[in-house]
Design a protein around this ligand. Structure first.
Ligand SMILES: [Zn+2]
Length: 303
């Protein structure tokens, strides 16, 4: 169970980017919360540009940086007003997105922004955390993950189907949150968690609380010797893929349906490992499991 490690005195000693640096390193102290080089954090803060004009900047983790030891210089700074018009677009390739965001940089010599930058930019909250916690991934990878999240969080959570990180996923998350003003978190199928807050502390504590919720829920299911949906009872999805599902999403679902079989080497679910919140337990029916999702996440979004 991840503990709440927030310490006001320590936070006061690391005020950089309104606590963003302190919060990021604190989250990554527990690798069941932040995997190596995975996840990203951000803050939207007012600044002054080279002409003395007030400008709102999105500070977001640089691509390929590990949050465990990230310094202030590990964050990219982008002009938010130049990013937000992208919400009106319907599509954008990765190449277009990276080139566009590079042009939004406020300062030279900063690292390139995370591939998941738009997840942060499109949410209105001042502080945003995106993590791949073991416990939440265990739910996100279950064949009935959306229903499980509804049981656990009800309308406090928005569920978004799997698609690879990039423009489309960011649009889906943004639109999901806009239509659910009571939401406090987003679970992205076969991917991870997003939380937010108006302060670094609020954002951090919501992340930790959401993970604790998921762990308690899983433990409760296990005490009943019924970890999610047993294979014999698992509903068969004979209908079309869910609205918004992409080819990648179908591929990920197909990997899950493959269950215990070896995955194709080039596929999304290609690697077995250890450390799942479900390790040693009966597997979730139709789920690739948290550790296999981690392999997919490392492959996809530590760029
Ligand atoms: Zn991610």
């Amino acid at each position: 169970m991840p503990g709440n490690l927030w310490n006001e005195a320590a936070a006061a000693r690391q005020p950089a980017l309104e606590g963003l640096v302190y919060r990021s390193t604190l989250l990554a102290r527990d690798r069941s919360v932040v995997n190596i080089f995975g996840g990203n954090t951000s803050a939207k803060l007012m600044d002054t540009d080279h002409l003395g004009r007030a400008v709102e900047l999105l500070w977001v983790k640089g691509s390929g940086t590990d949050m465990a030891a990230i310094p202030e210089t590990g964050f990219a700074a982008l002009r938010l007003a130049e990013i937000l018009p992208l919400t009106a677009r319907d599509a954008m390739t990765d190449e277009e997105m990276v080139e566009y965001l590079t042009r939004c940089a406020a300062f030279p010599n900063r690292p390139r922004q995370s591939i998941e930058t738009l997840l942060h930019a499109f949410l209105p909250a001042r502080h945003v955390d995106h993590t791949h916690p073991d416990a939440v991934i265990s739910l996100a990878c279950a064949s009935d993950g959306q229903a499980l999240c509804r049981r656990l969080w009800d309308h406090r959570a928005v569920w978004v189907d799997y698609t690879r990180p990039g423009f489309t996923l960011s649009q889906w998350v943004s639109r999901g949150v806009r239509t659910a003003p009571q939401a406090e978190l987003v679970v992205m199928g076969k991917h991870g968690l997003i939380t937010w807050g108006q302060s670094s502390r609020e954002c951090y504590e919501r992340t930790i609380r959401a993970i604790a919720d998921a762990e308690e829920f899983i433990a409760g299911q296990r005490r009943g010797q019924k970890v999610f949906t047993p294979a014999a009872d698992a509903p068969r999805n004979s209908g079309p893929p869910p609205a918004g599902a992409t080819r990648d999403g179908q591929q990920a679902a197909a990997c899950g349906a493959a269950g215990r079989r070896k995955r194709t080497r080039g596929g999304i679910c290609r690697k077995r490992g250890r450390g799942s919140a479900l390790a040693g337990r009966r597997r979730v029916s139709g789920s690739p499991g948290a550790h296999e999702a981690r392999a997919a996440i490392r492959h996809l979004d530590t760029r």
